[in-house]
Design a protein around this ligand. Sequence first.
Ligand code: NI
Length: 197
Amino acid sequence: MRRYPPIQLQRPYILFYLLPVADYRRNFIPGGSFFFTVNLADRRSNLLTKRIDLLRTAFRSVRARHALSVEAIVVLLDHLHTIWTLPAGDADFANRWRLIKTEFSRGIETGEQRSPSHSAKGERGIWQRRYWEHTLRDEIDFERHCNYVHFNPVKHGHVRTVSEWPYFSFRRFVRLGVYPSEWAGNREDDGENYVER
Ligand code: NI
């Protein structure tokens, strides 16, 4: 009588495909994973995508000097949303943002309008000084905010389907097996209170 392999043999394959999905959530560190919304001062500006090269350089240079894991990011015309993980015991995201903003601004020709508070401190007027920070609570919160980040270009009406947007970490997530390439978003994760102006 012919013997068939036990069905359990298939399990490693299933695990192989499931693991990467679970893996990205494991990057969550309690008290060390953050969601940010960071805005340009001028909301009619498109400097972030127009000078995406500068923004990439600014991120690269801060990452060369400080531990910083960018878990997810979307760059829109005038603002960005991103999820960072910092090493345990180091929650100094403020300094990292200061460096990124300063380096980006340095590459932009001067002459922008400056608010009185920017002028008073001798700062450039490219970025809004304040930004939104939310410390992610758990892996579910982490996952929801990743979904929020990647759906954002559709939310803002820049593209009709998620995969059309060029400036975000979506393709990395597709490679990891987190999303199918035609991922249509998860509207229930598209919370109203993630601070969009
Ligand atoms: Ni947005």
